[in-house]
Design a protein around this ligand. Structure first.
Ligand code: SAH
Ligand code: SF4
Length: 401
């Protein structure tokens, strides 16, 4: 499907050559000879995989005093240093040892695309095993948000989403997610801004990569490091009910966004196949529980598709189902994906739908996706690099209120 002319790509490319995120050690690609010095499963460990306590244990294990972990964490997460060489208060041999054991560049920046009058930056990274992932930095007047990927591909396979088309290749590690946040923090700083929010709305389903996602939250939340408040972190899910329940018991009170897209099982079964396992009633019950346990409002994402889920009757059913919940609805006009048969409704339809929800007392916003044109372009980028069909691209980058 060709986007309407007004949405034609307008990005400019700022970094075509392959550049490392960090100037520190690069990880050895999986196919190169000899194993990396430190591996977990078949994946090399990076610095960003370690919590503060794990770094302390690592330092103790190599005979270093306890205060070293604080020094290194500060260099990496406060000074945003990307190379051990610059850590001037560490002995030279320790710097060399750390560079070999805990490299600082698990991802290699391959391209950066800029759009929306230089307010949206889409980064394409290559992983150690030659895969590509995408991260989006969105600058707003009062905040700067990074949209992070948690998987390469996705197993859920929503009918309208490009990420799910090729299925799941693999989970990202906590370190690969933290590295995206660090790179965005650094990029925002270069642009004179401070990164304020993290949304797990890139490629993949975070609650199907639960342990790594939670570890990433722990690492970026640590006040000795990036100090990203849990309330500034949003986990978006297509509705993995047991994990929503588990999340409500976690110490981190992150924001929960639930991708609903239809208020009834018949349609949601088709749009979000996970609904066959966890139907709408069970999903909404888990959301109620999340609200009760955390006292936090849940956001419902609703991708509006012409003739599919955008009519007035559907708005009324949705309003009835959500009426007693402490929630907020984000209507996201669909970002059309090549070869998928879904279209964006007319603005008037979207406005009418929003009005019905608001009149039923449900706080509702309409959110046009940032960088819509580069979402499409990144599919092309990833295809170029991975030799995959044009269809394989990131989910639409979106952000919460
Ligand atoms: N897997 C998680 C998070 C990543 S997708 C989830 O599904 O919630 C982030 C958001 O982008 C979700 O709300 C998803 O439904 C939405 N999305 C995916 N493809 C889209 C498209 N083509 N147009 C608009 N929103 C889309
Ligand atoms: Fe996966 Fe989310 Fe895309 Fe569905 S919308 S296929 S859950 S990334």
């Amino acid at each position: 499907m060709t986007p309407p002319p007004s949405l034609a790509p307008t990005f400019s490319e700022t970094a075509a050559p392959v550049l490392p995120i960090a100037s520190g050690d690069r990880l050895t690609p999986a196919r190169s000879p000899g194993p990396p010095p430190n591996r977990r499963g078949n994946r090399p460990l990076s610095f960003y995989d370690l919590t503060f306590e794990e770094l302390e244990a690592h330092c103790a294990g190599i005979g270093q005093p306890a205060y070293r972990a604080g020094q290194i964490y500060s260099w990496v997460y406060k000074q945003l240093t990307s190379d051990y060489v610059t850590m001037s208060n560490l002995p030279a041999n320790l710097r060399t040892e750390l560079a070999a054991a805990l490299p600082l560049s698990p991802l290699t920046l391959t391209r950066e695309l800029v759009t929306d009058d230089a307010r949206t930056y889409k980064m394409l990274y290559r992983t150690f095993d030659g895969q590509f992932i995408e991260t989006v930095l969105m600058l707003y007047r009062d905040r700067a948000t990074v949209c992070v990927s948690c998987q390469i591909g996705c197993a859920v396979g929503c009918a309208f989403c490009a990420t799910g088309i090729g299925g799941l290749t693999r989970n990202l590690s906590a370190g690969e997610m933290v590295a995206q946040v660090v790179a965005a923090t650094r990029r925002a700083k270069e642009l004179g801004r401070q990164l304020t929010n993290v949304v797990m709305m890139g490629m993949g389903e975070p609650l199907q990569n639960y342990a790594a996602t939670l570890k990433m939250v722990a690492i970026i939340n640590d006040p000795r490091g990036l100090n990203m408040g849990a309330r500034r972190i949003t986990i978006s899910t297509s509705g993995v009910v047991p994990r929503i329940v588990a999340l409500s018991e976690e110490p981190y009170q992150v924001n929960l966004a639930v991708s609903l897209h239809a208020p009834d099982d018949e349609r949601r079964d088709r749009l979000v196949p996970l609904n066959l396992r966890y139907p709408v009633a069970a999903l909404l019950a888990a959301c109620e529980r999340y609200i009760a346990r955390t006292g936090r409002r849940v956001s419902f994402e609703y991708a509006m598709m012409k003739g599919i889920n955008d009519d007035e009757a559907t708005a009324r059913v949705l309003a009835a189902r959500l009426r007693r919940m402490i929630c907020h609805v984000n209507l996201i006009p669909l970002n059309p994906v090549d070869l998928l048969p879904y279209e964006r409704p007319d603005p008037a339809e979207i406005a009418r739908f929003a009005t019905i929800l608001r009149e039923a007392g449900i706080p509702t916003t309409v959110r046009y996706s940032r960088g819509m044109e580069i979402a499409a372009a990144c599919g092309q980028l990833r295809a170029e690099h991975a030799g995959e069909p044009l269809l394989v691209s990131a989910a639409t980058p979106t952000s919460p209120q």
